[in-house]
Write a protein that binds this ligand. Structure first.
Ligand code: XBP
Ligand code: MG
Length: 263
């Protein structure tokens, strides 16, 4: 089956955002005099929990604070996260975050080839708007037919809900779509929704279990930033992932699954 839509994760996939998220969390903690500062090592560990509110709650939960103090802090999670989101969006709007290699090129190619584009992310709509506009200007919000994100679903990644919402809104079955992710939580979510998935890990997610990925690359690559060892490793046509190669791989995926059906 030919691919009709690409469904992309945001944080770590469109752009390497987690260091800016970490700075935004720490600035919010400081402004609220909470006495917390997440080091890179702490943040990397806490990234196992998707969703900023859930991540703050998990941090409070694991603390040795007395129960009454933990309850009081839990009640403040929405306030803390709202401030963090304000800090994050202002950093992003100031142009603090480039797209990852090959993202702009591949999405332009996909648009030219008539493929639809969608987002499936755990982060908030405000964060996504800020990133899309900073990267693509006003057209950023028109580039994607569907934006499924944040609290639109009860169960965040690794649950399949956000990808299922994107598929339902696109009106397409998973066999006609390809997902793009950076993390094991994201890969598990996309796979649970039945999606063949391209994974491009970042510093924050590398070393995860990506065995279920249809294609694992350091990034999507482009002529200015070719993928080392390509073509000839996982790619045949170029040192970057193009739409034609994606269609070829997607057909190979279908052939594999048909083969699996009969053997
Ligand atoms: C990654 C996440 C988000 C971000 C922080 O989302 O889990 O929680 O780390 O953003 P994805 P928020 O990779 O699915 O885009 O504070 O807005 O959650
Ligand atoms: Mg991600």
């Amino acid at each position: 089956m030919t691919t009709e839509a690409l469904i992309l994760d945001v944080d770590g996939t469109l752009a390497d955002t987690e260091e800016v998220h970490r700075q935004a969390f720490n600035q919010a903690f400081e402004r609220l005099h909470l006495g917390w500062q997440w080091t890179a090592a702490t943040y990397r560990r806490l990234l196992a929990v998707t969703g900023g509110k859930e991540r703050i709650a998990a941090f409070i939960d694991e603390s040795s604070l007395p129960p009454a103090q933990r309850r009081a802090l839990m009640a403040r999670v929405p306030e803390i996260h709202a401030l963090k989101t304000d800090v994050y969006t202002s950093i992003v709007r100031d142009g603090g975050l480039p797209l990852r290699p090959g993202v702009e090129r591949l999405l332009d190619e996909a648009h030219e080839a008539g493929l639809r584009l969608a987002i499936a992310s755990t982060t908030t709509a405000a964060n996504i708007d800020a990133l899309l506009q900073a990267a693509w200007g006003a057209r950023g919000l028109e580039l994607f037919d569907v934006i499924a994100c944040g609290d639109q679903v009860r169960h965040k990644k690794p649950a399949p809900d956000i990808y299922q919402l994107a598929l339902d809104t696109l009106g397409l079955p998973p066999e006609r779509c390809i997902a793009f992710e950076d993390s094991t939580n994201g890969l598990r979510s996309a796979r649970a929704a039945g999606l063949w998935t391209v994974v491009t890990p970042t510093f924050w997610t590398e070393g995860g279990d990506f065995t279920a990925a249809g294609l694992l690359l350091p990034h999507l690559g482009d002529p200015q930033q070719p993928i080392p060892g390509e073509p000839g490793g996982r790619l045949r046509q170029a040192a970057w992932l193009g739409v034609d190669e994606l269609q070829r791989l997607a057909c190979a995926r279908d052939a594999d699954s048909v083969h699996a059906l009969f053997h």
